[in-house]
Design a protein around this ligand. Structure first.
Ligand code: OGA
Ligand code: MN
Length: 226
């Protein structure tokens, strides 16, 4: 009889997102020194979570659950296709992958509060799809004095993105806003983090469908429904 030991087959599951104190220090330093930073976080989030999120946005895209994004707020909200052409769907944190991602976002929120005293109380996040030719002209994510969106985080979900695919995030110097100070190629697992009021940025036209999640850490409360 063959009595060789057979190792039990364990269910395959990704470990939870890894957020270390040292990594949070790096994020806080990047925001303090330059107002922005970009980093590959695939190893922290895990391949399973990233591909799960990408599957969700691809399904939303195919089922036309994404809506043309607006510019401005409330009654000022405009769907101006000369400014931005992406389509979005807000995340609710209700699916397993969204819940896992929300844990990660909340750990970043708390870590930045502990280090930079930003008073971030909550976050909001949406999926975005840029189809071929779509762009988002230069803008900032929040207007000074509104004290709403404080820190922006964009996570990219595109496998094998080449420079020729376009769609890069172009970041401008917060002191001299005609100077480009960084280009982020939207490869899966890459993240951009920046101060929402300070750092002008733009999404260059994409030459193939581009998927991402944009998250804003805010210092206001959820408005009460009337
Ligand atoms: C935005 C934005 C950047 C990106 O949604 O406000 O600037 O690279 N996104 O998708
Ligand atoms: Mn933006």
């Amino acid at each position: 009889m063959n009595d060789q030991f057979v190792a039990p087959v364990l269910p395959q599951s990704d470990p939870p997102p890894v957020v270390s104190d040292q990594w949070l220090d790096e994020l806080a330093d990047g925001l303090t020194e330059n107002g922005w930073m970009s980093q590959d976080v695939a190893c922290r989030l895990g391949a399973g979570l990233l591909s799960g999120l990408r599957n969700e946005v691809q399904i939303l895209d195919r089922t036309e659950a994404l809506r043309g994004a607006g510019v401005g707020r409330g009654a000022d909200l405009l769907r101006d296709r000369s400014v931005r052409r992406d389509k979005i769907a807000w995340l609710q944190g209700m699916t397993p992958v969204q819940a896992e991602l929300f844990e990660f976002f909340d750990a970043v929120r708390l870590g930045l509060n502990q280090r930079l005293f930003l008073g971030l109380r909550r976050f909001e996040a949406h999926y975005a799809t840029y189809h071929q030719g779509d762009f988002y002209r230069r803008h900032v994510d929040s207007f000074k004095g509104r004290a709403s969106r404080v820190v922006s985080l964009v996570l990219y979900l595109n496998e094998d993105w080449e420079e020729a695919d376009g769609g890069a995030l172009q970041v401008y110097n917060r002191e001299s806003e005609n100077e480009i100070c960084g280009i982020v190629v939207p490869e899966q697992g890459r993240m951009a983090l920046f101060m929402s009021e300070e750092v002008p940025h733009e999404v260059l036209p994409a030459n193939r469908t581009r998927y991402s999640i944009a998250c804003w850490f805010r210092c206001d409360e959820v408005p009460l429904a009337l």
